[in-house]
Design a protein around this ligand. Structure first.
Ligand code: ADP
Length: 506
């Protein structure tokens, strides 16, 4: 309550002289007053209703009204207003009764000098009361908001004094554990609700946290009386209270819905991954079947032709031999496709060891030099010194190198410009091994160059189109990357990285 200046006083007094005297006393003591004097019940009530006052002063006996009745009316209508009796006569018992009903003080007209301290005290008390009320209202409001926020976020709070065992639960905590609000919270009640399979774990955690005065953060299940299961996440902060005893202050959050949503998502993801796998396998099976079917169909036709030539009255061995050769070629091709695919999927056949890529490259150069010379190709290697060894499958990496070099040679067979195949190794800034194979051949397809890495993509009459796709998977299985770029000198460059094996960087 804010006290105004001048002080607004409602004065119940039938004697104008007494009223003047009181006003003079207050003004002499430095109070600026705005006094409304009334003499009877009707005016008293009307004034109370109509205007705002800081204080009520009242005579005890009046011709048509009395101070006690006025006090009761004030207690009813404006209980926060200070009420002081200013009376000529007031015996002690009546005064005590008046105070009991709610009067703030009483002053005898014969000792009017007491009015100022009485009034000051009354105003002070009234102000303190108003402030306390304001603080209480604010606290209540804030507690209301907190309870609402806890309800919305399904997060309850608790405080637990380990030494006394006293446990405090917020309303939401009661709701999460499904206990009646009137129940006295106890640690046993938490264990009663904890899922039997999680009790030992919860006990262990709390026991350790108490022993080591440590915060804890656990998720566990609750088994509710109706048999349903809830998931909670409990976060507790260990503190010492003012007397040095351990106390845990924390939150318990109902994460059942989130957990269910996560489970649903995980299930959906795994179903999707499975569906993707099935689709990919289906597509692959279809293309493999198609690729293998062609040579087999050709072999069957040739086998029939061969048989026809042999079963003639006069067998034509030359034709039969030619057909048999074609059978061998087609059957070999079908076998080759199947072998490559088997190699691609046979992870168990891998043999990982510390491998020197330089050595592989040198071996390849020795193996393919004659082939290169035959096609008038200058074939050289520019190998950096001190490149790291890698952890990998030597045979698979040889297969990658062989494939890239053979592709380079193939790409240059029919070009007119100088034919040059260069293999380079480098160490990258982040200690990876970078290998490049460049040629001056026909170059990459203009459109969608990356399709060369697709399984069965080939532009060669006798090609299978598995080389690059297998090479890419091998490099990726080794933790690296394989890609192709345009060679500025005309032709293509194939590059791949491989991570260095630990402790081999020189
Ligand atoms: P294949 O050699 O059986 O065709 P690959 O997967 O090794 O299978 O190669 C796929 C295709 O990529 C080739 O048919 C060719 O069109 C293209 N290609 C590969 N290497 C090169 C290269 N060095 N220069 C140009 N094109 C290439």
């Amino acid at each position: 309550m804010l006290v105004s200046s001048p002080l607004r006083i409602l004065h119940l007094e039938d004697d104008p002289k007494d009223a003047d005297l009181l006003q003079a006393t207050l003004e002499a003591d430095g109070f600026a007053c705005n006094i409304t004097r009334v003499e009877n019940r009707i005016n008293f009530c009307a004034s109370l209703e109509k205007s705002d006052f800081d204080l009520i002063l009242a005579d005890y006996t009046l011709p048509s009204f009395d101070g006690i009745s006025a006090l009761k009316i004030v207690m009813e209508m404006r209980p926060e207003l200070p009420f002081i009796f200013v009376s000529g006569t007031l015996d002690e018992e009546v005064a005590i009764d008046a105070l009991k009903i709610g009067a703030t003080d009483y002053v005898f007209k014969t000792r009017l000098s007491r009015i100022t301290p009485a009034l000051q005290r009354a105003l002070r008390e009234c102000q303190n009361r108003a402030e306390r009320k304001r603080a209480q209202d604010a606290l209540q409001r804030s507690e209301g908001y907190l309870a609402e926020a806890q309800k919305i976020s399904q997060t309850g709070s608790f405080g637990w004094s380990v030494s006394t065992g006293a446990l405090f639960w917020s309303e939401e905590t009661f709701r999460i554990f499904q206990y009646d609000r009137m129940t006295t919270p106890m640690p046993e009640l938490v264990l009663q609700r904890t899922h039997p399979e999680d009790v030992a774990f919860v006990l262990r955690t709390i026991e350790r946290a108490t022993r080591e005065l440590q915060d804890f953060d656990i998720s566990h299940r609750l088994l509710m009386p109706d048999g349903s299961v809830k998931h909670v996440h409990v976060l507790a902060h260990a503190v010492r209270d003012i007397s040095g005893e351990i106390e845990f202050i924390g939150t318990v959050r109902d994460v059942t819905e989130r957990k269910r949503a996560e489970d649903r998502l995980r299930k959906a993801q795994s179903e999707l991954a499975h569906a993707n796998r099935v689709t990919t396998m289906g597509e692959l099976a279809a293309s493999v079947a198609h690729e293998v079917n062609q040579p087999i169909a050709a072999a069957v036709t040739n086998a029939n032709t061969c048989l026809r030539w042999l079963m003639r009255d006069q067998p034509d061995l030359e034709e039969a031999r030619a057909a048999a050769m074609r059978i061998v070629k087609d059957a070999t091709r079908a076998g080759e496709i199947i072998n490559r695919i088997r190699l691609f999927f046979s992870k168990s056949a891998q043999q990982w060891e510390l491998t020197d890529v330089d050595e592989i490259i040198r071996g390849m150069i020795a193996l393919l030099r004659d082939e290169a010379i035959q096609h008038k190709i200058s074939f050289r290697a520019e190998l950096a010194t001190g490149i790291p060894k890698i952890m990998g499958d030597r045979v698979q990496l040889q297969q990658v190198m062989l494939n890239l070099i053979m592709n380079g040679i193939d790409a240059m067979k029919d070009v007119d410009r100088p034919r040059e195949l260069i293999i380079k190794t480098q160490r990258t800034k982040n200690d990876q091994l970078l290998v490049s194979v460049s040629d001056t051949g026909v170059g990459l397809p203009e459109q969608n160059a990356d399709q060369i890495f697709n399984a069965f993509f080939t532009t060669k009459a006798q090609g299978i189109g598995m080389g690059l796709s297998i090479s890419r998977s091998i490099v990726e299985m080794h933790g690296g990357r394989l890609w192709a770029e345009k060679n500025a000198a005309g032709g293509a460059i194939f590059l791949f990285t491989l991570p260095a094996a630990c402790d081999t960087v020189i």
